[in-house]
Design a protein around this ligand. Structure first.
Ligand SMILES: Cc1ncc(COP(=O)(O)O)c(C=O)c1O
Length: 475
């Protein structure tokens, strides 16, 4: 049983000090400077210090991989290939049977799988209504897509999921499901879903963009019914910089068919009349890869393994419990998704809400400009899911639709989202809560104006160009 009292469970190591820029001071509208509170980790996490150190160290020796004969090339190749092994081990994939294909992010990884999956006419992808667009639109381009229904709290309706599997059994070739929602934090039961998918002859891909930073992932052995056939994720959501990610799946799968992107690095031999593709993973990584990005991702995963994903999950669960309890007590805040503080095992620390009577974009701007609290608002690249949570009817949707086509994004529906990282602490939540208590009392000073084309709010008098002062021109 977890003990949720804030005082008793310290972090396993002083994680906060390992995060770059964690106490970076930022200006507020009233002229004060305060340490930034980042509660937008579901978008991108800050980087770990050890990741930066590793990348800096490698830059001294960095060179092209695979085809160079010089010492630096050999060293870079070795580090790049070691990075694959670290990634494989982190998710308990099979070193022999699986490959890590480095991509630039989850979106690219899922598009790659959609392009490479041998869909035939009439094939179906079964996904859910809670997906990020990156785990929905790539399938729509390649197959018929069925979206399993949702319950009113935003959780997956497993009966509907099962009914769809049975109805379209044999036609469903792939089940595409998120490991954790980027809107409500809800975690579908991926291993049960894998077993159900396999029973109906389908493969499964799990979008692990939001799961990887918060829970240990075990892809399970190939002969297990719970085996995850493919997973995808991004480095920038797991404490390494933007620009790197991975698609993991069976070597045999990627060795069949033609790569989706072709060019340098993907071939054994080329004549004017013939091309012989090389083996996976190289055949899937056309062009010069992001060597430093892959090494940074691996450094982060190595660090997180040492900390222990279970310890991170326990800490984030406590923080979520603390935040939900406090937010539930504020009159004037409406929470979405599950608000059950005693049932945190099925979610990660992502909490969506609205401030009654204040547009989501404005409330999130006040949090930033007057509290130094970074959150996100809107529909989070999961429009169908947010419309479901907000119970937007067809007629209202059509009004929004017309407005967006006129490049007017004012007053669009949306939510505010706070999302925790492993380094957040109780005082971060306290700052959020203190600010929200002020906002519900209308105790803020800015005169917030909505920019119609973007739907963003800025306090009158704010000069967006002033942010340039933070960086020198010489870089
Ligand atoms: C659940 C989920 N899937 C996919 C993505 C896409 O990730 P990326 O932008 O790194 O490709 C995101 C990004 O927020 C996400 O939250």
């Amino acid at each position: 049983m977890l003990n949720y009292s804030p005082a008793v469970r310290p972090l396993p190591v002083e994680l906060r000090a390992e995060i770059i820029g964690v106490d970076q001071v930022v200006p507020l509208l009233d002229g004060r400077q305060v340490p930034y509170v980042n509660l937008d980790n579901a978008a991108s996490t800050p980087s770990l210090r050890c990741v930066k150190e590793k990348m800096d160290e490698v830059l001294d020796y960095y060179s092209s991989v695979h085809r160079g004969s010089g010492f630096k090339s050999l060293l870079s190749t070795q580090l790049y290939e070691e990075a694959r092994e670290i990634v494989i081990d982190f998710v308990s994939a099979d070193r022999e049977k699986d490959v890590v294909v480095f991509c630039k992010n989850t979106t690219e990884a899922l598009n790659k799988l959609a392009n490479r999956f041998p869909f035939q006419s009439g094939d179906i992808v079964l996904t859910t209504g809670m997906e990020h667009h990156s785990n929905d639109l790539p399938w729509r381009a390649r197959a018929q897509v069925i979206h399993a229904g949702l319950c009113s709290d935003g959780s997956l309706d497993m009966e509907d999921f099962q009914a769809n599997l049975e109805k379209y059994s044999g036609k469903i070739k792939l089940v595409a499901v998120t490991g954790a929602s980027n809107v409500t934090g809800f975690m579908p039961p991926i291993f049960d879903i894998a077993e159900m998918a396999h029973r109906h002859g389908a493969k499964i891909v799990v979008d692990c963009a939001q799961l990887l930073p918060h829970r240990s992932i075990d892809m399970q052995p190939f002969d297990s019914p719970h085996h995850l056939d493919f997973i995808a994720f991004s480095a920038h959501k797991v404490y390494a910089p933007l620009g790197s990610g991975a698609l993991i799946g069976p070597r045999e799968f990627f060795n069949q068919g033609d790569p989706d992107y072709v060019g340098g690095g993907t071939v054994e031999i080329v004549t004017l009349d013939e091309v012989v593709w090389t083996s996976a993973p190289e055949r899937e990584e056309a062009g010069s890869p992001n060597v430093i990005g892959a090494i940074g991702l691996a450094a982060s995963l190595k660090f997180l393994s040492q900390v222990g994903m279970d310890a991170i999950a326990a800490h984030e669960n406590e923080l979520t419990h603390y935040a939900l309890t406090k937010l539930r007590a504020i009159k004037g805040i409406t929470l979405f998704g599950s608000t059950d503080v005693n049932n945190l095992e099925k979610r990660v620390g992502v909490i969506p809400f609205q401030v009654d009577g204040i547009p989501h974009g404005m409330a999130s701007s006040i949090l930033g400009f007057e509290g130094g609290v970074g959150v996100r608002s809107g529909c989070f690249c999961a429009h169908p899911y947010v419309l479901h949570l907000l119970k937007v009817d067809d007629e209202t949707y059509r009004l929004y639709h017309a407005r967006v086509l006129e490049h007017n994004r004012s007053e669009l529906p949306g939510l505010i989202r706070v999302s925790f990282g492993c380094y957040n602490n109780y005082s971060d939540v306290d700052r959020l809560v203190e600010m929200l208590e002020r906002i519900v009392r209308r105790d803020y000073v800015g005169d917030y104006i909505e920019e119609a084309c973007s739907g963003s709010y800025f306090p009158r008098g704010f000069n967006p160009h002033s942010v340039r002062e933070y960086f020198s021109c010489s870089g």
